[in-house]
Design a protein. Structure first.
Length: 115
């Protein structure tokens, strides 16, 4: 399998990305992960580094779950930016809010036209 300067190797329609360091002992063989036709080779990770990464991941997931567990989202309105929504009483009408003013209308050729 010929290697290129950037660590990529090709093997009959497959791509192998080799991120390992050269000249290691046989006991330090790289980890291998394959996704479809792409294989990634990486140096083994020390147990301390693995434990640290797991802790960081758990903390990030915990923080993310707090946000994901709340329904909806907050839409911060900006000056001179129109916000559109459907009229709950008439699906053919759009409501536009712009700088505190509310208008009912339709989109005609991509432009909002007030009723």
């Amino acid at each position: 399998m010929p290697a290129s300067e950037n660590g990529l190797k090709s093997r009959r329609g497959s791509v192998v990305i080799d991120t390992t360091k050269r000249g290691k002992a046989r006991s330090d063989m790289p980890n291998k992960v394959t996704f479809g036709s792409v294989t990634v080779l990486a140096d083994p990770v020390a147990d301390e580094e693995l434990a640290r990464n797991i802790e960081i991941g758990r903390a990030r997931i915990s923080a993310g779950m707090t946000r994901l567990s709340k329904p909806g989202f907050v839409l911060r309105k900006s000056k001179n930016v129109p916000y559109y929504r459907a009229d709950p009483n008439d699906p053919n009408v759009i409501i536009r809010e712009l700088n505190g003013d509310t208008s009912r209308g339709r989109l005609v050729d991509g432009e909002f036209v007030t009723l």
